[in-house]
Design a protein around this ligand. Structure first.
Ligand SMILES: [Zn+2]
Length: 352
């Protein structure tokens, strides 16, 4: 809770003075404070791709729901020890209200957001709907082009297209999560992943994959599906234990413009998501708990991606201590998170 204090602080600007917001993609570390912005006086327009707008629908409501629940839990604890209750950054009603400010625009199309400012969104290849923002600003007859990369994918990212090439810019603001690291090739990474899954299942254990619900989970599904089709992995049962991941997957399917050729082909043939014999989405807490009874042969994907909250913690409780099971991390683990502790080899961790 303390880590979120910064999000509770007032913005260092007046939200009512902002005319336009350009949102690169729906991931919550980019979109998460939109309801707070609206709640505190923003009256302008928020532009993003159509897929991003649809994904924000589910993500902002989910975020508000988590905050309401966490604030309630924290307040109860505080009241017991004589302290003041806390409020969520925003509630479900705030999130719902903010959604009406989001406007979907097409990629690759010039769009004027002010008399002297033109914008164009280009595919960032990060998750469906993700965009690079190109901005042309005309000031006193001089034109300056600024490019905001947003989060970037790379050529081998499953499901989505490779990022668009930007020909020119006067200024570039670029994300640098992995700026200091050379990534291995996708095929090598998939091989290592397949090997880890195979070894674990042979030992009679389960594979637990903590994963961000939007983007990474679907990438993993794609790869597991492919490995199963190629008979590289046999008899696997994949559980996607995240209602948000399920809802996001359904939104993806409504936006074929975001998919690469391979994915479109698979969907057409009924071999991906719908019709896949190995994938099972679980909705209710009861269905989720039923997975806990499975002791071997399951690949369980749940969020949160850094193991800080959510259903993943229950799966860790049932599997982390068992020698025959594996945890496969497929995403960035920030300092101070449970995921980071596990990666760094902690001998004991506190789950609940
Ligand atoms: Zn992102």
């Amino acid at each position: 809770w303390d880590g979120e204090k910064r999000n509770l602080m007032p913005f260092p600007f007046n939200p009512s003075e902002i005319d336009t917001v350009l949102l690169t993609h729906s991931h919550i570390d980019h979109s998460g404070l939109i309801p707070k912005l609206v709640k505190e006086g923003f009256k302008g327009e928020i532009f993003a791709t159509k897929a991003t707008v649809d994904l924000c629908d589910i993500m902002l409501l989910d975020s508000a729901h988590i905050q309401e629940r966490d604030a309630e839990w924290e307040s109860r604890k505080r009241i017991r020890s004589g302290k003041k209750a806390v409020k969520p950054i925003y509630n479900i009603a705030d999130a719902a209200e903010s959604l009406s400010y989001l406007k979907g625009i097409n990629c690759d199309t010039l769009f004027k957001i002010a008399p002297d400012i033109t914008v164009r969104l280009r595919d960032a290849g990060h998750i469906p709907g993700s965009a690079i923002v190109e901005l042309w600003i005309n000031e006193k007859g001089r034109e300056v082009k600024i490019v905001f990369s947003g989060d970037l994918g790379h050529k081998g990212t499953p499901i989505v297209n490779a990022p668009a090439y930007i020909d020119e810019a006067d200024y570039v603001l670029i994300e640098s999560t992995y700026g200091n690291r050379e990534h291995r090739g996708m095929r090598e990474t998939i091989e290592e992943f397949a090997g880890a899954v195979e070894d674990t299942l042979k030992r009679g254990g389960n594979v637990i994959i903590p994963s961000f619900a939007v983007g990474r989970t679907q990438d993993i599904l794609y790869i597991l599906n492919q490995l199963s089709r190629e008979k590289r992995l046999k008899n696997i049962n994949v559980f996607i234990d995240s209602p948000l991941a399920k809802n996001a997957t359904m939104v993806f399917l409504k936006h074929p413009e975001c998919f690469d050729k391979e994915t479109l082909n698979l969907i057409k043939k009924g071999q991906f998501i719908k019709g896949s014999p190995i994938l099972k989405f679980t909705d209710t807490p009861e269905e989720s708990m039923a997975i806990n009874k499975i002791t071997g042969g399951a690949v369980i994907i749940a969020s949160s991606g850094m193991c800080e909250a959510g259903r993943i913690r229950h799966h860790l409780k049932h599997n982390l201590w068992r020698e025959e099971c594996s945890i496969i991390f497929t995403g960035f683990q920030a300092e101070g998170t449970l995921g980071r502790q596990v990666i760094e080899g902690a001998k004991t961790v506190k789950l609940f």
